[in-house]
Design a binder for this molecule. Structure first.
Ligand SMILES: [Zn+2]
Length: 74
């Protein structure tokens, strides 16, 4: 048995790359960027005087993430 027998074209059909127009991609890229920036804000900045919420719940909830990403903490 030779190697080409394992690559039968019926078992592995050729996949055509799908092109996604920028016009369709852009709103999702902006939406994802906003979500990412919100996540970075809540993990990195939401603390002390700059906090939107006056409790420590957000800080404590993302505390491990702060240390993982290297934000100054304590
Ligand atoms: Zn900490």
């Amino acid at each position: 048995m030779h190697a080409s027998a394992t690559f039968d074209s019926a078992l592995s059909p050729a996949f055509e790359p799908v092109s996604i127009p920028v016009r369709e991609l852009l709103p999702w890229a902006i939406f994802g960027s906003i979500l990412l920036l919100l996540a970075i804000y809540f993990v990195g900045v939401e603390e002390g005087a700059a906090a939107i919420f006056n409790t420590m719940y957000v800080h404590e909830f993302v505390h491990d993430g702060r240390h993982l990403l290297g934000f100054p903490c304590h």
